[in-house]
Design a protein around this ligand. Structure first.
Ligand code: AMP
Length: 238
């Protein structure tokens, strides 16, 4: 009797939350890794860890790491593996990463990939990474990067060629003049593509060879790309 009354008052178990583990979003600068990552963040409640954002926060805050990184970033080159790996190691200690996280812009070299594989191998209970690579052609990337504008207040993003604001260079939501990242020029883009082709393209091949890898066509409408990325993650974890 007593046990059936306890059962009658037991809370209904919540559906198990999806815990996707570590997800890598790979692709050249401007393929839309950040935008897709944000969609996964809101769908699954796991954090996006963007090494570019972490570095920019350090630059903005004038930290010693930011001072070292600033000139390198402005030239479109890569910050050293040691600095970036250490920054990621610190971020992965935060408790919000326990169900999984999306790494956006990391690893960008084979050295970083090896470090990550070892770090996760040595982390008890961690799932192995899964990797989704987003593909976009060079010319499309150039327009995406050189046209990118951001509202410094509400962080809305625009593209003067592909998704312009209603009034030139002003945010639709709050009228603030839009800003451009200092590394979003054609010259810096070309340097970033050189860095991508020589250092990061081999990382894509590394994860393709390991398996648990899928490639998605990034030249479709944003919602279609996001849906494909999500389906790829679900397949890779099934
Ligand atoms: P992103 O916002 O990901 O395009 O990164 C902007 C810049 O930050 C890059 O051009 C690099 O200078 C630097 N950066 C970001 N992530 C990394 C990384 N994983 N390794 C080295 N440098 C990075």
């Amino acid at each position: 009797m007593a046990s059936s009354s306890v059962a009658a008052h037991s809370p209904i178990p919540e559906p198990k939350k999806f815990a996707p583990g570590p997800i890598l979003l790979l692709g050249a600068p401007g393929v839309g890794k950040g935008t897709k990552a944000k969609e996964l963040v809101s769908a699954w409640g796991i954090p996006q860890i963007s090494t570019g954002d972490l570095l920019r926060a350090n630059v903005g805050g004038g930290t010693p790491l930011g001072k070292q990184a600033r000139a390198i970033m402005d030239r479109g080159e890569l910050v050293s593996d040691d600095l970036v790996n250490q920054m990621v190691a610190e971020r992965l200690k935060e408790p919000d990463t326990s169900a999984g996280y999306i790494l956006d812009g990391f690893p960008r070299t084979l050295g970083q990939a090896d470090w990550l594989d070892q770090h996760l191998g040595a982390t008890p209970g961690s799932l192995p990474v899964i990797a989704v690579s987003i593909q976009v052609s060079y010319n499309q990337l150039l327009r995406r990067i050189t046209g990118r504008r951001i509202c410094p207040v509400c962080k809305s993003s625009y593209n003067i060629y592909l998704q312009p604001p209603k009034v030139d260079e002003l945010c639709d939501l709050d009228g603030t003049p839009l800003t451009r990242r200092s590394d979003d020029t054609e010259e810096v883009f070309e340097e970033r593509m050189r860095a991508y082709n020589s250092l990061t393209a081999p990382v894509v091949e590394h994860y393709r060879a390991l398996g648990r890898f899928e490639q998605v066509n990034g030249e479709q409408p944003v919602s279609a790309v996001t849906a494909e990325v999500m389906q790829a993650v679900l397949r890779l974890r099934s």
